[in-house]
Ligand binder design. Sequence first.
Ligand SMILES: [Zn+2]
Length: 312
Amino acid sequence: MPYAFPVLTMVDGPEGGMEYPMFIMSSVGASDHETGHQWWPMMVGTNETWYGFMDEGFNQYMNSLSGFDSRKQPANLDGPGQFYGRTSGNEQEAPLMWDANYGGPMYSFQAYSKAPMMLSMLGGVVGDTAVWKAMSDYAKTWRFRHPSPWDYAFFMSNALKDKQKDLGWFWYYWLFTTESVDGSVSGVTTAGGKTTVTVRQDGQMPAPVVLKVQFEPKGRPIRPMPNSKMIDSATAIVTWPVDVWFSGSKTFKAELNFGPRKIVRVKLDPGCRFPDRDTADNAWPRDTVVPAPAAGRAGGGGGGRGGNACAP
Ligand SMILES: [Zn+2]
C-alpha cells in the first residue's frame, strides 16, 4: 500500500527508535522498523497497545521481508513457524488476544516475535505470495480505519478461502491459545510397491502433512502423485491438507505410491513452517545429528531480519 503522506523525516537522534506520523527517530539501525510503523499503525489504525501483534508483530514480518530485499535475496520464511514450538508451553506466555498492556515478562515475544511465526505458518498452509497479497489487501481495505483482530482474521479467511476453505482452526490456535503442533514420523513400511508413512500428531494445533520424500538417485521411473511436486529428479514434496486431523485421530497414514523406486528418506515439515514441540522425531530414518536449535529471538525491536534456521 503506497505511503499516504507528502514526506517522511528520519532523525538520527538520541533515541533507540520511535515512530510518529511522518516522522521517525532512529539511532540504532531501527529505521526500517520505524518506517514500517507508517503503515502499522499510522495508516492501518490498530489498537497498538491492546493488540501489539497487529502493530509491532506485522511490522516485524514486514521488516523480515525488507531485510531480504535489501540484501537482494528472495524472501525465505522457512524456520520461524517451526521455531514457535520451542516457546509453546512456557507458562509466562500470554496469547495474542490477551491485552498486551498486561503481556508480562514475555510482552516482547507476544507483541513483536509471535506474529511473524504465525505468518510463516500461514505461508506454509496457503503459500507466501497469497499471504502477501491478502496482507496488502487487508491494509488497503482498512486504510485510515480501525480494524480489530476479528476484522483481520475474517478478512484474511475470506481473502484466502480459495487456498484453504476454513482457517478458523488457524486463528483459534494462534490468536487465542499458546498451543503448538507436535508432529512425528512414527513408522515407515513398504509393501507391494507402496510405502505407508505413519505420521503422529501429539499437539493440540493441527497442521497440513507435508513430507519430503527422497528416492534412490537411480532406478525405475518415479510416477509423481497428484498431491506431489518433484523438486529434483529424486526428491518429491507431498502434501495432505490439515483436514486429515479434523476427525480427531492422532495418527495419519500417508500412502506414497510413486512406483517401485526405493525411498531412502522421509522428512516431515521440510520447510520448518509448523510449530513443532520436538523436531528430532520428524525424519525417517532418524537423523543421527539433530540440528542445533535456532538462536532465540524472544526480544523486541529490530529483530526478524532473516537468517532463519531450517535444516530440511
Ligand atoms: Zn515498533
